[in-house]
Design a protein around this ligand. Structure first.
Ligand code: TRP
Ligand code: SF4
Length: 405
């Protein structure tokens, strides 16, 4: 069932505070965010509670990590004018939604999420047999559903979490979207659209329900989106009515797999802090240069006069990211014929990386000197996020009968 409405093309994504970011984050995530912020309403946040699920025994460095991460976001060009930037723990509604969703979440659903066992295996030195860690993906669901986010840019490893979120949303809507007299209320809502639109809606609904016509469903969604004069609740009713359920209070999100390439690290493996193969966005140019100059090359090319094979060389992987066709054929040629040395081969990459980092580092320096500005930006973002979160929570509480008589 497709319950994602086009209105919910809102984008929501979070990042755990890992401190200063590196080129892997830039190419793998942030460049994608930079594009999205121009196209959609975006919410980007620091998932500090998620960090606590694995670092509860040593949280002292989290605040600094949050700060450094936000500075890096801003330095690469994430624009608080286009995207709402906030810190998860500063929007405590996320905790409330997590709690309420936990009431309807079968344990098995959480135990089955692949990252649960994987991470416990991987981080053996930590005791992750905690309630909080089991709930990690559910907290993520709360993050997403809070903003009725239609699109969630995530890496491959997070897709299962978005899938879980979809199941939670479906269950929530199923349990709490039903209301006495639903059909009548939906019919009333339909008539509020005006004669012509009401009729069109009925026609599309029949076409979808009787013939499974997807196009009719999409047109009907668009029709509902364009209705300015019906209430949110009525719109939710009509979405549900269209597809045969109750009201759609929490729309199902979908993962947005970034098309960005995997950034190789200095050793050819994926760039990651835990492999010690990173170039941080704020590494001094001299350090960057040194790291690239000393990075390994084709191990079978021992002497300058030995021909090499770019396929065996991590430097070649960086050329794939940074170099144009001309340079790439120069590398292929020169390496295989021993026409160029590895030092020559690395120079265009050194130039490209330094060129890429220069404006980022300039902005970062400016931001570092204006902590108040950064603080205000975060405060404003948290407030804006809370406004949305409060609204969602009101609907959620009402749907779950959390109202005082
Ligand atoms: N779990 C995500 C990660 O490790 C971070 C995250 C938390 C997130 N909440 C989210 C991502 C909501 C997308 C949407 O990268
Ligand atoms: Fe690698 Fe370039 Fe040296 Fe060939 S010439 S081994 S591609 S660094």
């Amino acid at each position: 069932m497709n319950t994602v409405s086009p209105q919910n093309s809102r984008v929501i994504s979070g990042m755990r505070p890992t401190g200063r970011l590196h080129l892997g984050h830039y190419h793998g995530v942030l460049k994608n965010w930079l594009e999205l912020q121009h196209e959609y309403e975006c919410f980007f946040f620091v998932a500090d509670w998620h960090a606590l699920t694995t670092h509860y025994d040593d949280p002292t460095r989290i605040p600094e990590s949050i700060w450094d991460m936000v500075v890096d976001w801003l330095a690469v060009g994430i624009n608080p004018g286009s995207a709402t930037l906030f810190v998860q723990s500063r929007v405590p509604e996320h905790a409330e939604l997590h709690l309420l969703l936990s009431m309807i979440t079968p344990l098995g659903w959480l135990e089955r999420v692949p990252s649960y066992k994987d991470q416990q295996e991987k981080l053996k030195e930590k005791d992750l047999a905690t309630y909080g860690f089991l709930g990690y993906p559910l907290l993520q669901s709360a993050d997403i559903l809070m903003y009725k986010g239609g699109q969630v840019p995530v890496g491959e490893d997070q897709v299962a979490h978005v899938e879980l979120t979809r199941e939670i949303a479906r269950r929530f809507n199923h349990l709490f979207g039903r209301e006495p007299g639903f059909e009548e209320r939906a019919e009333q809502a339909r008539r509020k659209m005006g004669k012509k639109n009401a009729k069109l809606f009925s026609k599309l609904r029949t076409r979808y329900r009787e013939q499974g016509d997807q196009e009719a469903l999409e047109v009907a969604h668009a029709l509902l989106e364009s209705q300015g004069n019906i209430t949110i609740s009525d719109r939710e009713r009509l979405f549900g009515y269209l597809e045969g359920g109750g009201r759609v209070i929490l729309p199902e999100p979908r993962p947005l797999l970034s098309k960005a390439s995997k950034m190789p690290g200095l050793d050819g493996q994926k760039m990651s802090k835990s492999y010690g193969n990173t170039i941080a966005l704020r590494d001094e140019p001299l350090v960057v240069e040194q790291s690239l100059r000393t990075m390994p090359t084709d191990t079978q090319r021992v002497r300058r006069t030995d021909p090499g094979d770019p396929e065996r060389c991590p430097v070649w992987q960086l050329h794939q990211i940074y170099s144009d066709e001309d340079i790439k054929s120069w590398v292929q040629e020169g390496c295989r014929s021993a026409g160029i040395g590895c030092v020559d081969c690395k120079q265009p990459i050194i130039d490209a990386v330094l060129g890429e980092l220069r404006p980022i580092q300039e902005r970062a320096r400016e931001l570092e000197q204006q902590p108040d500005l950064v603080r205000n930006l975060i405060n404003d973002g948290c407030e804006a996020a809370r406004d949305v979160a409060r609204e969602t929570m009101e609907e959620v509480r009402l749907a779950m009968s959390l109202v005082f008589p």
